[in-house]
Design a protein around this ligand. Structure first.
Ligand code: NAD
Ligand code: UDP
Length: 312
């Protein structure tokens, strides 16, 4: 039985990961400061004797004994990471230093939840791992983008300097149950708006694109990457390569919910990437991984989750 630490374990992705790691027969320590996560996401695991919960902010050192670390702590929605941008950078950078220090002391393998945002507003399409990105260092998204880039730098320096076993995943837009209804990201916003019969808020003209991965597929990629040989460090893109415009997503959401909501157009936020699509050749080759669940099926599952949540 492995002792596995999941930082950000009460969040959307973290809660699914904790569940999966328990199902695989591990002991899980979930650490979270509940900035965007919630106890509701993990309440069903609390009765499991192999699940332990700790309120802790990763910008402070943590002394525990573990075999593996998944470092997910960080707000991921633009609305939330821009709310306290200094704390966002601290979470990525100080959080990475603290968790890498913990990995060094315990000789644990450590996984970093990096992001497609390291590519910024990309000029290369789709984005392979070899692309260095086009990121504004001083804009409103920079606290997240540059924080995550610096975290990657720290992971690779700890690997070169201290021989820490690292696994860096660059995650592309992921959605599914356990997203917060006020999360602010596009899939949850559109579904909640459609279910409430409110206007669907498209930013800009909705011609910008994203590629949406269902959370179960992502988690499968995480555990496969963690299980690779020590010489596999990443970065590895994890995401669904099917690309949609935001307007197409809005139309699908309205259709699948049977909603009478109208599409309305709001100003496009600063530095909003115009296109995003992962090149997942490396994940296919290294992990024999690719997403199984396509947009309609994933949206239906997520709609069902939000229907249940809004009915309470
Ligand atoms: P989320 O906001 O639901 O989860 C983040 C979790 O981290 C929350 O539970 C939050 O309370 C916790 N947290 C934040 N700051 C913390 C701190 N200082 N100390 C301890 N806990 C802290 O977001 P998510 O979508 O589940 O994202 C999880 C990770 O995956 C993040 O690192 C994010 O950057 C990365 N990621 C997610 C996506 C996606 O589409 N979901 C895409 C790219 C990268
Ligand atoms: N978006 C939108 N309406 C919303 C929320 C988001 O049109 O209510 C757009 C946003 O401008 C971006 C895309 O949807 O172009 C994805 O936004 P999200 O915040 O989910 O993620 P990110 O921009 O980080 O990929």
């Amino acid at each position: 039985m492995k002792r596995i630490l999941v930082t950000g374990g009460a969040g959307f992705v973290g809660s699914h990961l904790c569940q999966r790691l328990l199902q695989m027969g591990n002991e899980v320590l979930c650490v979270d400061n509940y900035f965007t996560g919630s106890k509701a996401n993990i309440a069903h695991m609390l009765s499991n004797p192999y699940f332990e919960l700790m309120r802790h902010d990763v910008t402070f050192p943590l002394y525990v004994e573990v075999d593996e670390i998944y470092n997910l702590a960080c707000p991921a929605s633009p609305v939330h990471y821009q709310y306290d941008p200094v704390q966002t950078t601290k979470t990525s950078v100080h959080g990475a230093i603290n968790m890498l220090g913990l990995a060094k002391r315990t000789n644990a393998k450590i996984f970093q939840a990096s992001t497609s945002e390291v590519y910024g507003d990309p000029e290369v399409h789709p984005q392979p791992e070899s692309y260095w990105g086009r990121v504004n260092p001083i804009g409103i998204r920079s606290c997240y983008d540059e924080g995550k880039r610096c975290a990657e730098t720290l992971f690779f320096d700890y690997n070169r300097q201290h021989k820490i076993k690292i696994k860096v995943a660059r995650i592309f837009n992921t959605y599914g149950p356990n997203m917060h209804p006020d999360d602010g990201r596009v899939v949850s916003n559109f579904i909640v708006q459609a279910l409430k019969g409110e206007d669907i808020t498209i930013y800009g003209e909705g011609e910008q694109t994203r590629s949406f991965c269902y959370v179960d597929d992502l988690i499968e990629g995480f555990v496969r990457l963690m299980a690779t040989q020590d010489d596999v460090t990443g970065p590895v893109n994890l995401g669904n390569p099917h690309e949609f415009t935001i307007r197409q997503l809005a139309e699908r959401t309205v259709q699948l919910t049977g909603s009478s909501s109208q599409l309305i157009f709001k100003p496009l936020p600063e530095d909003d990437p115009r296109q995003r699509q992962p090149d997942i050749s490396l994940a296919r080759e290294l992990l024999q991984w690719e997403p199984d669940i396509q947009l309609d099926e994933g949206l239906e599952k997520t709609i069902k989750y939000f229907e249940g949540l809004l009915a309470v």
